[in-house]
Design a protein around this ligand. Structure first.
Ligand SMILES: Cc1cc2nc3c(=O)[nH]c(=O)nc-3n(C[C@H](O)[C@H](O)[C@H](O)COP(=O)(O)OP(=O)(O)OC[C@H]3O[C@@H](n4cnc5c(N)ncnc54)[C@H](O)[C@@H]3O)c2cc1C
Length: 402
């Protein structure tokens, strides 16, 4: 296979940037254009709900590369530019500033937060600009409601407590979720939130919201009071509502293309969506060869590993291995890492710890007793690395990945 002359990448974040950098690492000498609709150079999102919201970091600390570094790598970055359409047949990307021809296109457009039907204008968090706005609002708010019982809902509740706000965390299901681990860590997370003063309202749903009182006119940053109504008939007045109820893949601009967009961009097991088109990261649904189903994974390390695999394939036809899910979080100062595959039918069991270890490592075993996933709960890095190394990552017909 000969390398393409022009690679165009849509989405200038961790997935798109890693494709560009890895192409250069692989010795690719052709043209690389990295196009993104945000006004910023690529930055990493995990700090947004942690260090940035907590006020511990300034935006530049989340930046991945400087303009000079990108220039040195020969990557042409076009920020503030939106892709608007794709013609797979003629290999043309349409943008708000005109068409761009390509030999190979990589799509890494991520997801956008789903809006809550009862409160579509509520604050949410995906971008640096969202985080800076939310940080300002948190400064002024005394009572915060976070709607959404997933990992990001937990992180925002934690950041709001760090800023001394009263926090109500609301979830529709009866349990707290943690990314690919599902709800297997729910009891531990409930205990953690309660120990840090977060009030939990699980198994309830936001049904309406009404402005209860406008903030004092002319007072900069003074929040409005919002009365929230819940499905169980209760109401609650808060100064700030943040909704974190999941994301939808950013594929709207591809609606008229021939790509399969059932849930994200359907790709084969190598990340190929159509001739000359690959997709990586949160927007991409790669075929899982074990289950035979397409699956999207919304974790940073997955975007990085898929990007490295696609770059290797484009540069010289290398077929990378399927990434093993790896992700982490920090909630109320507790570091939680997860690696591997988990399913509701495979509960977590504590693994033996080293004598000096203060943390805990949990394992998830499949039906034939093989270790398929591990979770480190404040575990020292060495313990988690040892547990990770024991995870069986080869396919097994009895394992249904969640
Ligand atoms: C607040 C927050 C905290 C997180 N914390 C963690 C964590 O602790 N651990 C972890 O593993 N993962 C975490 N994640 C998830 C992780 O950030 C994502 O998995 C990762 O960013 C995915 O990278 P991506 O490049 O696929 O997509 P994104 O990072 O979403 O980037 C997509 C880019 O494409 C741009 N774009 C979209 N459409 C267009 C278009 N039509 N034209 C041009 N540009 C376009 C978008 O504006 C965006 O800049 C977090 C995510 C968020 C939002």
């Amino acid at each position: 296979m000969s390398a393409p002359a022009r690679v165009v990448i849509v989405g200038a974040s961790i997935g798109g940037l890693t494709v560009a950098e890895s192409l250069r690492d692989e010795g690719f000498e052709g043209e690389i254009t990295l196009l993104g609709d945000e006004p910023h150079l690529p930055y990493t999102r995990p700090p947004l709900s942690k260090q940035i919201l907590a006020g511990e970091w300034q935006p530049e600390q989340a930046a991945i590369r400087t303009a000079a570094e990108l220039d040195e790598l020969g990557i042409l970055v076009r920020t503030g530019q939106r892709a608007t359409g794709l013609d797979v047949e003629t290999r043309t990307l349409h943008t708000a500033d005109g068409p761009i021809p390509y030999d190979e296109l990589v799509i890494a457009t991520g997801t956008q937060p789903r809006q809550h039907p009862a409160l579509p204008e509520a604050s949410t968090l995906r971008t640096m600009d969202d985080a800076l706005r939310l940080r300002e609002r948190l400064d002024a708010a005394r009572r915060v409601a976070v709607i959404g019982s997933g990992i990001l809902g937990s992180e925002i509740a934690s950041a709001a407590r760090k800023r001394d706000a009263e926090v109500l965390l609301v979830g529709r299901s009866g349990a707290l979720g943690f990314g690919g681990v599902g709800t297997l860590l729910s009891e531990e997370l409930v205990r953690l939130h309660e120990a840090h003063g977060v009030e939990l309202a699980l198994r309830t749903e936001l049904t309406g919201a009404e402005l209860a009182a406008a903030g004092p006119a002319g007072t900069a940053g003074a929040p409005d009071a919002v009365a929230l109504e819940f499905a169980d008939g209760t109401t609650r007045t808060v100064d700030l509502v943040v909704t974190m109820i999941g994301g939808t893949p950013r594929t709207d601009w591809l609606a008229s293309s021939t790509l399969d967009l059932a849930d994200g961009i359907a790709c084969d097991r190598l990340g190929i969506a159509a001739p000359g088109v690959s997709a990586v990261g949160d927007v991409a649904a790669w075929l899982d060869p074990i289950t035979g189903r397409h699956r999207r994974v919304e974790h940073q390390s997955n975007a990085i590993e898929q990007a490295i695999a696609v770059a290797g394939r484009l540069a010289h036809g290398a077929e990378g291995a399927q990434p093993v899910p790896l992700f982490w979080s920090e909630i109320h100062g507790t570091r939680i890492h997860a690696y591997g595959w988990f399913g509701p039918e495979r509960p977590l069991a504590e693994l033996p710890k080293t004598a000096e270890s203060a943390g805990t490592v949990y394992g998830s075993h499949d039906g034939v007793g093989e270790l398929r996933g591990v979770v480190g709960w404040n575990a020292p890095p060495r313990d988690f690395r040892t547990a990770r190394a024991a995870v069986v990552t080869t396919a097994h017909p009895l394992v249904a990945h969640s």
